[in-house]
Design a protein around this ligand. Sequence first.
Ligand code: GDP
Ligand code: GDP
Length: 455
Amino acid sequence: AAQEGFDLADVEGDLAAAGHGPLPVLAVVGRPNVGKSTLVNRILGRREAVVEDRPGVTRDRVTYEAEWSGRRFKVVDTGGWEQDVLGIDASVAAQAEFAIDAADAVVFVVDATVGATDTDEAVVKLLRRAGKPVVLCANKVDGPSGEADAAMLWSLGLGEPYAVSALHGRGTGDMLDAVLEALPEAPAQTFGATIGGPRRIALIGRPNVGKSSLLNKVAGEERVVVNEMAGTTRDPVDEMIELGGITWKFVDTAGIRRRVHLQEGADYYASLRTAAAVEKAEVAVVLIDASESISVQDQRIISMAVEAGRALVIAYNKWDTLDEERRYYLEREIETELVQIQWAPRVNVSARTGRHMEKLVPAIETALAGWETRIPTGRLNSFLGEIVASHPHPIRGGKQPRILFGTQAGTRPPRFVLFASGFLEAGYRRFIERRLREEFGFEGTPLQISVRVRE
Ligand code: GDP
Ligand code: GDP
């Protein structure tokens, strides 16, 4: 899939990285030559991005830190993406889709002297579907006579067109004010998984699997760190616990310690609590009672963590009670009931005896490392190229869908976007995921793979 000299690779990696910094991300998208790079230069207030008169010149860097009215944000210039095997229309659309994925808000640049083209209309559709805030920049309005051209762009249905001359700076201040309003204070992409502070663990599992016993074992009364750490605000329902020389934040331990026995709706509240804990955590440690058969409820709890995109560790508790026969059946159950999470690190523990407690931290660290893994786009594409060559998608209806290229659009968990020439069957997607794991590891993390089809 990767083309020789197709330096889109680094550009996409850069964009993906931009989506996960601590600053909100603004993407500047639009057709070639509408003035995106000129506008980015203007926003930065310095000539950093390279502007070329020829369309389709690949720039080697696409994310920049900018500041306006005292607020900092990241700017993504997608101007280097036009040189593309897919043709202009498809590449502009692809560029917009990447930007939509990675950005918190989008500036859509249209050349007001040309007016809205079909390509512009196509991008508008994508933008509207994504629902991210969009600021419409009617560029190349170098003087008052161009205002009428700008007003024509109301027809795009994106609200007020900001008449701007990226070249001379006219109107850019008003447009940037609108941008600040559109940008969230903190980037949406990091959701509960804010960078910094102790790592957050959700200890979950159905009632009686041993959560509170395990917590007591790992915490011990006096080893619970009374939180006086600088810069951390402590939710009183969470607990700081030192394990393996590292301080971890166990979220919603209050929910584990406070054993409420409700007559009705107990399951409902338990699962609500589990969902909330998972939402707040980076890694979920799912406790399973190894002395009993793996149940639907165990599977449901695992699914919650996987669907929320959290790192995952499975701990089989009450190992002290297992005889040889039970161990045999447990392994069979794991093979049949939990195949879909074979990638999760596993520990066999006993909260009662303390067996293998020391293995918990390495497993959690492995899962978090997988969760944060980033594959450089060049490597990803040479890997995809090999797959396409050695295991092409089966021919369907006379056509053979092909992966054109891919990029990792994010981490925590790793998210991939594959661009393909046709619909990829579920079986083939699973195959790709399996191969990705064989090649790059990703132990302990779910992978999110989406496919965009380019006809
Ligand atoms: P990109 O391909 O969208 O990144 O576009 P560029 O920023 O490379 O600009 C394409 C061309 O349009 C360059 O020759 C710029 O100098 C020119 N240009 C950009 N903004 C303006 C503007 O506001 N007014 C005028 N007259 N020309 C502009
Ligand atoms: P929770 O509802 O998940 O918090 O479970 P608890 O920690 O309250 O444990 C439920 C029961 O299992 C209690 O009677 C515990 O003593 C017992 N238990 C917990 N862990 C172990 C273990 O590793 N081995 C054995 N034999 N019993 C355990």
